[in-house]
Design a protein around this ligand. Sequence first.
Ligand code: SF4
Length: 333
Amino acid sequence: MKRVCVIPVFIPEKACPFRCVYCNQYHITQRTCSVEPEDVKQQIDNYLRTIPPYAHVRLGFFGGSFTGMPMGEQNRYLEVAQPYIESGRIREIQLSTRPDYINEEILQNLQAHHVTTIELGAQSLDDEVLRLSGRGHTAAEVEQASALIRSYQFKLGLQMMLGLPGDTRDKALATARRIVELGAQCTRIYPTLVIKDTELETMYREGNYQPLTMDEAVAQAADVMDIFEQAGVQILRVGLHPSEGLISRETLVAGPFHVSFKELVETERWRRRLVAALGGRKGGILQLTVHPSDVNAVVGYGGANRKWLEERFQQVVIRQEAGVERGKLKTEK
Ligand code: SF4
């Protein structure tokens, strides 16, 4: 498989008219890594110098609602990318936006500029959750936008959040299943965090919102990852990108933030597989064989799964073998 390299370009979020309760627009608009159209070429060239010529390069416009910008502004970004698409140095363009910023005219323009993937921030497909979260769109709008995007042959991505106001495990599972039904080819999964100076902070302080605990967030993320993987939906990200403000806790009020959130989730998924494979077995020597890329996750974050196994067996031997299917294990005792 060809190595895929993504050149990320963060577009500035200018005065968003929406009021998602978890969003601090000040932090978003103050983001220092966002790039104006005239700086995009420089950024692409800098990245390309570090990327091997044989790599499959994708240019990603992230960080805002791309198609919420006026068409002329969108095109100022997209036109910078066109010479690289024509030369073959960049193979794909992807961008993220809101479901209510999609229509035929927008899609025709993106198609003319060789955009290949459109990711929508769906967040939930439950109208009550969307309403309580102040998203400003309904589940039906996500469904309509998804169908339109697919009818234009774009690759569709649908991002979801866990633990939004009014959300439950059942609603999260239903959202994940609906994302699969809508034909998403890729997804991102984000646990909801209470960020400083947001409506959600007020709700939390007034006792009207309770974030997921870390264990709940990890368990729900493991559940929805199973749904996506079984359906062949590519999972592009699990957990928020750890910004400085989150790491230092300066902007974090409450919620399940961990710099290695995805590793915690993979640890949980492997613990579930171990429970299923081992049943009530205990004692003696346990020999497990897994694919080499699964070894770290089997051992678990901070060795959690190894410790769990060592409480049950006198000796635990974890071997690696390229012939074992990823996500599967062979056991001998
Ligand atoms: S999260 Fe919501 S409020 Fe924040 S920038 Fe995006 S659409 Fe606007």
